[in-house]
Write a protein that binds this ligand. Structure first.
Ligand code: GDP
Ligand code: GDP
Length: 455
């Protein structure tokens, strides 16, 4: 019954719309109040609405999917990040630096009613060094009288300023056309997979959980090769480290080694670093200080990894410090606060003593395997058919929405598109996800499920 209405051509076009593989990334940077968030909303306002359910996690999102002229890309919105914790200049520079690093192209937003400030000039320097394509947005040109202000911005040396009113929409079409020209078809950073270079690991966690200790532990005992990245702005040193006979790339370890500790804004800095590392990684090893109560910061970092669609391993560090009592409470905290990632492989380690370091690699491999799992369409639909028969969706308003068929649109992480005869409740989608996991594994990976309603 699940196959009813199955139309291969329809599926093909739906899949093309859903997009295969990773999308190119556009970063929107600029000083506070120049209108970045307004612009991002404009861009997103034009995308096709897709009903999507990513269980438990849609807060603090900084990356969105957008579409213009039939092409899809991701937009990194830096506007919502707290900007006032560091000095403004430092905040803007850090924000721009991280966003630029993760991006394939950049929209640099300047308030044309104010003109170029020293902070804008500083960002221009960063942009020049990064060598990424830049589209200059002269914002707040609400009418023709603002055009001369926009023209003044030629002085920044970034090429043509595009006069735009993010507020009213004026000029945003031309801006987006320029953006599409600047974006590569496929992102520069394609996932290496089995064929490409070493698998990429992001070692993340809040300050003081033991990231640098763990890195030093594995690096000291194993061979470390410094991976020179020619032509990059700063030194986002990725380190190649051999573990369990395999060479892994630990991305963005400079941030860990440098141990930047700004008194104020440490959280802010840390979350930027985490976002940048995740953008480059395939798998996240999230470190948690098992000796301390699991905090909101810990769960936020896990959420970031899940939202970024990375494979996830959770390492409970400082295990040497745990007594019976703490162990008891830790398990309760995990049950209470980390249910959303029950699927993540877990290792209990000590960077200090080296306890269970050898368990890291198998856990990472398990997570990567789950991340790459593909379920053949036939098997998936047989499984969906069983679900529909044994656990039909509850009747709502006299109607009973039904899953018609489904297909796996992609891997890394697994993405499914379900076609249904009506809106599927969140609870039912979670049930489907749970059953998918029981049936097909997916250990260590988030699963994304989108539902297309066919009237
Ligand atoms: P962000 O801090 O760079 O994200 O800036 P926001 O998007 O929050 O915008 C800052 C302020 O500028 C808000 O009051 C917006 O309404 C206003 N603004 C943004 N774009 C425009 C525009 O094109 N024209 C005008 N007149 N105001 C704008
Ligand atoms: P980072 O900020 O996440 O890089 O954390 P660090 O690696 O700098 O560690 C913070 C503190 O925790 C340091 O004093 C470490 O010596 C200590 N530490 C790290 N790992 C362990 C561990 O496994 N056991 C114990 N007892 N202390 C640890």
């Amino acid at each position: 019954a699940a196959q009813e209405g199955f139309d291969p051509e329809q599926v093909e076009s739906e899949l093309a719309a859903a997009g295969h593989g990773p999308l190119p990334v556009l970063a929107v940077v600029g000083r506070p109040n120049v209108g970045k968030s307004t612009l991002v909303n404009r861009i997103l306002g034009r995308r096709e609405a897709v009903v999507e359910d990513r269980p438990g996690v849609t807060r603090d999102r900084v990356t969105y999917e957008a579409e213009w002229a039939g092409r899809r890309f991701k937009v990194v919105d830096t506007g919502g990040w707290e900007q006032d914790v560091l000095g403004i200049d430092a905040a803007v520079a850090a924000q721009a630096e991280f966003a630029i690093e993760a991006a394939d192209a950049v929209v640099f937003v300047v308030d044309s009613t104010v003109g170029a400030t020293d902070t804008d000039e500083a960002v221009v320097k960063l942009l020049r060094r990064a060598g990424k394509p830049v589209v200059l947005c002269a914002n707040k040109v609400d009418g023709p009288t603002g055009e001369p202000d926009a023209a003044m911005l030629w002085s920044l040396g970034l090429g043509e300023p595009h006069p735009v009113s993010s507020l009213h929409g004026r000029g945003t079409g031309d801006l987006l056309d320029a953006v599409l020209e600047a974006l590569p078809e496929a992102p520069a950073q394609t996932f290496g997979g089995g064929t490409g270079g070493p698998r990429r690991i992001a070692l993340i966690g809040r300050p003081n959980v033991g990231k640098s200790s763990l890195l030093n532990k594995v690096a000291r005992e194993e061979r470390v090769v410094v991976d020179e990245l020619a032509g990059t702005t700063r030194d986002p040193v990725d380190e190649l480290i051999e573990l369990g006979g395999i060479t892994w790339k630990f991305v963005d370890t400079a941030g860990i080694r440098r141990r930047v500790h700004l008194q104020e804004g440490a959280d802010y800095y840390a979350s930027l670093r985490t976002a940048a590392a995740l953008e480059k990684a395939e798998v996240a090893v999230v470190l948690i200080d098992a000796g301390e109560t699991i905090s909101v910061q810990d769960t936020r970092i896990i959420t970031m990894a899940v939202e970024a669609g990375r494979a996830v391993v959770i390492a409970y560090n400082k295990w040497d410090l745990l007594d019976e009592e703490r162990r008891y409470y830790l398990e309760r905290e995990i049950e209470r606060d980390l249910v959303q990632v029950q699927w993540a492989p877990r290792v209990n380690v000590s960077a200090l003593t080296g306890r269970h370091m050898e368990r890291l690699v198998p856990a990472i491999e398990t997570a990567l395997a789950g991340w790459e799992t593909r379920v053949p369409t036939g098997r998936l639909n047989a499984f969906l058919g069983e679900i529909v028969a044994s656990h039909p969706h509850p009747i709502r308003g006299g109607k009973q929405p039904r899953i018609l068929f489904g297909t796996q649109a992609g891997t890394r992480p697994p993405r499914f598109v379900l076609f249904a005869s009506g809106f599927l409740e969140a609870g039912y989608r979670r049930f489907v996800e749970r059953r998918l996991r029981e049936e097909f594994g997916f250990e260590g990976t988030p699963i994304q499920i989108s539902v297309r309603v066919r009237e």
